[in-house]
Design a protein around this ligand. Structure first.
Ligand code: NAG
Ligand code: NAG
Ligand code: NAG
Ligand code: NAG
Length: 364
């Protein structure tokens, strides 16, 4: 499809979904919602359950948006850089876009070479979510977004109810709370939140000078297709993947390939048991601005991605994002777990509930 046709097709999808939602009497237009507490502000759109901006002071009192994004909701429809949305039904890559569950073969939408990436081309990042609850100000500003994923959507089995809540908790903490319920059939579920952070400000250049600490002594080595095909879980000690002590993101620049480009696109196994309890995952500090981020989560793994594919990409407010203009820390289950019985299962039985929580504790 040419880009123009693609845009028209997407526009049709938007209008058709809006009309369908109206028929059902639900509130389903696309809009921007701000969560504001003092001088901390988070903007979210229900297109893809996307975080558009996070505004925070630095140590000198200057406010900046510290996540990469686009100016208008309309631009997110065309976005291919994954600026801030939720990915699902099963995030990361599924080899050859197929899996077997209960003896049946499922074929998914293929959108990354031979494989399925982030739930398919029209995954949860490219759909309209319903705003269930919105409180923009006060003690605990929050928004709850809801999506009913239908049986067969992008190839996945069964109807699935999904909720994502973004909540300002404490003065400069953003909570992300996701759950999903398998309504009628067994299905795999693995969601993730894909915000690109730059603690210096979204247009402040690259993040190679940020110091990163990851509470992870092991990772799952990925092949050239970014798949954990060996099923190995390997120690990071003595490799350029080792961030157990705070280390500049750029300290080993060029030594690691995230697929076919330099940079990190790696899945780490988070230390600490049991993994379903909230625990510290990562800490990042930008010396220049004095801003810091601490991530807590309750998933077994975390993906570190250093925006390796950005290449003079047009961003918000006239900014141009180059390679490594941001970093993503995506808590998640093991990638391609359906193919690897040695990894914890991500399959929900009918009626079972998936829960995924993250806390981004910011400071300056
Ligand atoms: C942000 O708010 C805090 C708490 O009210 C205040 O101490 C600080 O000066 C404010 N900073 C800016 C840049 O507005
Ligand atoms: C989306 O892309 C199409 C095709 O390149 C373009 O015509 C359209 O203006 C874009 N939409 C937005 C909102 O940028
Ligand atoms: C999922 O989260 C939403 C929003 O917080 C909540 O209303 C709902 O009860 C939760 N579902 C389950 C099964 O816990
Ligand atoms: C970046 O984009 C330019 C222009 O489209 C292209 O020539 C160049 O090869 C790209 N660089 C990388 C590393 O992809």
């Amino acid at each position: 499809m040419a880009r123009g046709e693609l845009f028209l097709a997407l526009l049709f999808v938007v209008v058709a979904s809006a009309l369908a939602a109206n028929a059902a009497g639900a509130r389903k237009t696309v809009d921007v919602y701000e969560l504001k507490k003092g001088n901390f502000s988070v903007k979210v759109t229900n297109w893809g359950a996307t975080i558009m901006s996070v505004i925070l002071p630095d140590s000198r009192g200057n406010l900046a948006d510290i996540v990469l994004g686009l100016d208008t909701v309309g631009e997110y429809i065309n976005d291919t850089s994954f600026f801030g949305p939720v990915a699902g039904r099963v995030a990361q890559r599924i080899a050859r876009g197929r899996f077997v569950l209960d003896g049946k073969v499922y074929h998914l939408n293929i959108n990354d070479g031979r494989n399925t990436l982030q739930g398919g081309g029209r995954g949860f990042h490219k759909v309209i979510w319903t705003v269930k609850e919105y409180v923009g100000a006060g003690d605990s500003p929050h928004i709850t977004l809801y999506y009913r994923s239908f049986d067969g959507e992008q190839g996945f089995p069964g109807n699935l109810d999904v909720h994502v809540t973004y909540r300002v908790e404490g003065p400069y903490t953003l909570g992300v709370h996701m759950n999903a319920t398998a309504l009628d059939r067994e299905t795999p579920v693995n969601l993730l939140q894909h915000t690109h952070w730059n603690l210096g400000g979204h247009g402040a250049g690259d993040v190679l000078g940020h110091a990163l600490q990851l509470r992870a002594s092991r990772h799952t080595p990925l092949d050239d297709d970014m798949l954990p095909s060996s099923g190995r879980v390997a120690p990071v000690a003595g490799t350029p993947f080792d961030f157990r002590a705070p280390t500049l993101i750029g300290a080993r620049d060029g030594q690691v390939m995230g697929g076919r480009v330099a940079g990190y696109d790696a899945n780490y196994v988070v230390d600490g048991e049991p993994w379903c309890m909230m625990r510290p995952v990562a800490a990042v500090r930008d010396g220049a601005s004095g801003r810091a981020l601490e991530l807590w989560g309750n998933q077994p793994c975390v993906q570190l991605y250093t925006a390796n594919w950005l290449n003079r990409t047009r961003g918000e407010a006239g900014a141009v994002y180059g390679r490594h203009a941001g970093f993503c820390l995506e808590t998640q289950g093991y990638p391609d777990a359906l193919k690897h019985p040695e990894f914890p299962s991500q399959t929900l039985r009918r009626g079972q509930v998936y829960r995924h929580d993250m806390l981004f504790k910011l400071s300056f």
